[in-house]
Design a protein around this ligand. Structure first.
Ligand SMILES: Cc1cc2nc3c(=O)[nH]c(=O)nc-3n(C[C@H](O)[C@H](O)[C@H](O)COP(=O)(O)OP(=O)(O)OC[C@H]3O[C@@H](n4cnc5c(N)ncnc54)[C@H](O)[C@@H]3O)c2cc1C
Length: 418
């Protein structure tokens, strides 16, 4: 904190411990015993790590701390870390956002966006030790990963990518550029997509795990809202990827791209739920203690009603995220024969939920700042950092309009039912 102006007594109460008390009071009733126990362990971990986080430093030195507890991701089983599944991943993302939203952003990019494809590789019959080693390094937090989909000319229209793959004897050459690569400037591994033929991207897309030393060059972008996370312009010039690092070849990359988007968007809902609750709870604590005109400001309807409105929305969003994750776990992830209808439903809801929750993070943080007053735009409370990170949540994983575009495409299909 550069200069402290917040009242000592209020500041003392704005502790992570108190945040968890209010969060638990609102969310625990939606969880079963196993899930509550998992949350309690997560909260103990967060309370222990919190005082050791230096907000003037990048988030990356914290990755090994997450890795030690199997917290780089929890969708898939890695080593003996249990429980796991999409609901556990949502709860992990929520807690890490309550702890440190920038750490959560970088964790999601490394653990889920880059890590998940390594699990998919073996699920679809991939062989050998190379990708297992990459997975272990990413999951332990010892190495950093990122994903390269977006390109300077191809944002929302990601499928029509321009990065060219060319087959050579013992691997694939990559030529192209990626942009907005979260963690890119620090990354050891780049899960990167390219195509053999730009006229037929779906049929020729490749997904490969590219090591930095294969020749990847990165330049850091200046993004003010998340200064502790490094985001890159990534340049691939004649980068040769050995065959054992190719995760999915010849059009299979397209299938994996889309398979990855569903857990990615559900995961982003988890991060967003955490930002929304964090912003709201700090607002609730502060306005319960801050006095003006002789009474606590929460007693003014302009403040109290506004927070009540946000609480209703946070509860609704949390319920949606947990329900979508439950259905994904029961009918897709843990099912011997994944239910096609459920897969379609979850894919659609992942866009609806990502749209709704990430927009809500922004609304909550912005409104809470108005309800709290001046102190909330200083570094005396965590709310301004939450506000800044909320902006990124809306664009990462597909901008707002692209979620709406996907949702309205489904609406149009109803004509066939009539
Ligand atoms: C901080 C940050 C981190 C990111 N991290 C990653 C990452 O790690 N890896 C990665 O690959 N990408 C990443 N992204 C990229 C992100 O997914 C893209 O920014 C996003 O897909 C939108 O692309 P664009 O920014 O080029 O916008 P454009 O696609 O150029 O869109 C511009 C505007 O037009 C709208 N638009 C576009 N098409 C349509 C349409 N058909 N209908 C209606 N509206 C439309 C968009 O919603 C947007 O408002 C990140 C982005 C940011 C800002």
């Amino acid at each position: 904190m550069k200069e402290k102006i917040i009242d000592d007594k209020i500041h003392e109460k704005m502790s992570l411990d108190n945040v968890f008390k209010i969060f638990n009071d609102n969310v625990f009733s939606m969880l079963n015993d196993e899930e509550r126990q998992y949350c309690k362990e997560l909260q103990e971990f967060c309370l222990e790590l919190h005082p050791r986080i230096d907000k003037s430093k990048d988030v990356y030195e914290l990755f090994p701390e997450l890795g030690k507890h199997g917290y780089m991701q929890r969708i898939n089983k890695w080593k003996d870390f249990t429980p796991y599944g999409m609901k556990k991943e949502i709860l992990l993302g929520t807690h890490l956002s309550l702890l440190d939203p920038q750490l959560e952003l970088a964790r999601l990019a490394s653990g889920i966006l880059c890590g998940n494809p390594t699990f998919h590789y073996y699920k679809y019959g991939g062989k050998g030790e190379t990708i297992q080693k990459v997975q272990d390094e990413l999951m332990s937090g010892k190495k950093i990963g990122c994903i390269g989909i977006t390109e300077p000319p191809r944002g929302s229209d990601a499928v029509n990518m321009t990065t060219i793959c060319t087959k050579v004897d013992d691997g694939i050459l990559y030529n192209g550029e990626k942009v907005f690569t979260t963690n890119g400037p620090k990354a050891h591994y780049f899960c990167t997509y390219g195509v053999y033929d730009t006229n037929h991207p779906r049929e020729t897309m490749v997904q490969a795990m590219i090591k930095r030393e294969f020749g990847v060059r990165t330049e850091r972008l200046k993004i003010n809202s998340v200064p502790r996370v490094h985001i890159a312009h990534t340049i691939l010039k004649d980068v040769k990827v050995p065959q054992e690092y190719v995760l999915a070849d010849g059009g299979e990359g397209y299938v994996r791209l889309f398979e990855g988007l569903v857990p990615e968007r559900l995961g982003i809902m988890g991060s967003g739920i955490g930002i929304a609750w964090a912003g709201l709870i700090y607002g609730i604590i502060y306005t319960n203690l801050r006095k003006q005109f002789g009474q606590e400001v929460i007693k003014f309807e302009g403040v109290g009603f506004g927070l009540a409105d946000l609480l209703s929305k946070c509860t609704a969003a949390t319920s949606l995220a947990l329900q979508a994750a439950t259905i994904y776990d029961d009918k897709v992830l843990f099912s011997e024969k994944p239910n096609k209808e459920a897969e379609k439903w979850v894919a659609a809801v992942s866009s609806q939920g990502k749209y709704f929750v990430s927009k809500l993070t922004h609304e909550v943080c912005y409104e809470v700042q108005q309800h709290m007053g001046g102190v909330s735009v200083t570094d005396n409370t965590p709310v301004d950092e939450l506000m800044d990170t909320s902006k990124i949540e809306e664009v990462i994983g597909g901008a707002r309009n692209i979620q709406l575009f996907i949702i309205q495409n489904l609406l149009r299909k109803y004509k066939n039912l009539l």
